[in-house]
Design a protein around this ligand. Structure first.
Ligand SMILES: O=C(O)C1=C[C@@H](OP(=O)(O)O)[C@@H](O)[C@H](O)C1
Ligand SMILES: C=C(OP(=O)(O)O)C(=O)O
Length: 420
């Protein structure tokens, strides 16, 4: 399929109103796929996300002997044998952080060699702390560059019962170890070290999913979890909608003064990014400082929204946005300054957005580089709802987590000029 090179958004000039459902949660779908794949028996995941990231996870599990059917666009039926088999070839996981980190740890449960690899972006995303923690458990794991590819020679057995892990660069390391630990041969304590714990809400998502598939995991201190070697059992599991995807719709609503019905209230989400709802609801009176540490994937949305706020906004606690799909702090400052040279600047790892409500209604032609990052493409589309001439490069990168994004906006009344 040919990719669209660019897409120019035509400001709707009216409030966006109607029904628009976000897709299933990427984070929860990829946890449920893995846990169902590790279980013995058949699990049915409904409300799930079918996108690039979940396809990478599903295909990797298939390569390790798991049967996965997709009877419709939101359902995975997963049948596992209780044991992953060594794949014949390296697992290629694109730029899916969850799939890469979760499968690196799960590879320790395979009796044999697994090579976990990704695309050129993933090969720049650090995985050293996870690999080191696995080695400390006696698992043979190596990542020469500190990033994928990772080679794991698993046995399903551990040689220690305690792991210390710094989740500052990515909470996914902690989630990966927790999910792995239930498949091992002894109880394991997993302790967070380091000052910056990252997005704790993602760890809660992990332990909730583990329990739904029969694991026994208990928080024994504010920074320690004990995981029993129960393995997993098959389960029917409902995936909630994606809170990060919802942020674009919440922002589109306040930016255009519309009324968008997502079919699910903000309080119903268990994902960390749902906390962005209260912040978005304060627009155009966003606070002078926003701490992004517990709602990281919502920061691109909030940063573009901040451009139209009444007063400037400083984003703090976002250092690890530099090691996401791209350096998001750089991508946001680059895109915003392309719209207006004074609109944003970086100070260390903080991003300062110099708000200007008068941007709305202007024509400011700007080509926005997505840097192959779905969230950069989706958030800058919001600027295009108010400013004429915003063109998103590589708009198809939204397929990572929200393949229907452009169609969803179109159903609300947004139109595009297709430049191909
Ligand atoms: O555990 C998860 O599902 C995720 C954790 C976060 O990443 P980090 O833990 O790398 O910050 C988030 O940005 C990512 O989109 C999904
Ligand atoms: C950071 C993200 O993804 P991942 O780490 O799962 O690749 C994201 O979806 O914003």
């Amino acid at each position: 399929m040919t990719r669209t090179a660019k897409l120019t958004i035509i400001p709707p000039g009216k409030p966006l109103s109607g029904r628009a459902m976000p897709p299933g949660s990427k984070s929860i779908t990829n946890r449920a796929l893995l846990l169902a794949g590790l279980a013995k028996g058949t699990s049915r995941l409904t409300g799930a996300l079918e996108s690039d990231d979940t396809r990478y996870m599903a295909d990797a599990l298939r390569a390790m002997g798991v049967t996965i059917d997709e009877p419709d666009d939101t359902t995975f039926v997963v049948t596992g044998s209780g044991r992953l088999l060594p794949p014949k070839a390296p697992l290629f996981l694109g730029n899916a952080g969850t799939a890469t980190r979760f499968l690196t740890a799960a590879a320790a449960l395979v009796d044999g060699t697994v090579i976990v690899d990704g695309d050129e972006h993933m090969r720049k995303r650090p995985i050293g702390p996870l690999v080191d923690a696995m080695c400390a458990l006696g698992i043979d794991a190596t990542a020469e560059t500190g990033c994928p590819p990772v080679t794991v020679r698993g046995t399903g057995r551990f040689q220690a019962d305690r792991i210390r892990i710094d989740g500052g660069l990515s909470s996914q390391y902690v989630s990966a170890l927790l999910m792995m630990a239930a498949g091992g041969d002894r109880p394991v304590d997993i302790e967070l070290v380091g000052e910056d714990i990252g997005a704790l809400g993602y760890i809660d998502l992990t332990t909730a999913a583990m329990k739904a598939f029969g694991a026994k995991v208990e928080k024994t201190s504010p920074v320690t979890w004990r995981v029993e070697p129960t393995g997993y059992h098959a389960a029917d599991f409902i995936v909630e909608p994606d809170a990060s995807a919802a942020t674009y719709l919440w922002a589109a609503e306040v930016l255009t003064g519309g009324a968008i019905d997502l079919g699910v209230p903000a309080e119903a989400f268990s994902q960390p990014d749902a906390r962005a709802y209260d912040m978005i609801a304060r627009f155009p009176h966003l606070p002078a400082e926003i701490d992004g540490s517990q709602m990281q994937d919502a920061i691109p949305t909030l940063a573009v929204l901040a451009a139209f706020n009444e007063t400037p906004v400083r984003f703090v606690g976002i250092a690890n946005l530099r090691v996401k799909e791209c350096d998001r702090i750089r991508a946001l400052s680059t895109g915003l300054t392309r719209i207006d040279p004074n609109l944003a600047r970086e100070e260390g790892d903080d991003l300062i957005v110099q708000s200007d409500p008068a941007l709305a209604g202007k024509r400011l032609p700007a080509e926005i580089d997505s840097f192959a990052d779905h969230r950069i493409a989706m958030s800058f589309a919001l600027a295009g709802l108010k400013i004429a001439g915003i063109t998103i490069l590589d708009p198809d990168c939204v397929g990572k987590t929200f393949p229907a994004y452009w169609r969803t906006l179109a159903a609300l009344g947004v139109t595009y000029q297709d430049n191909d």
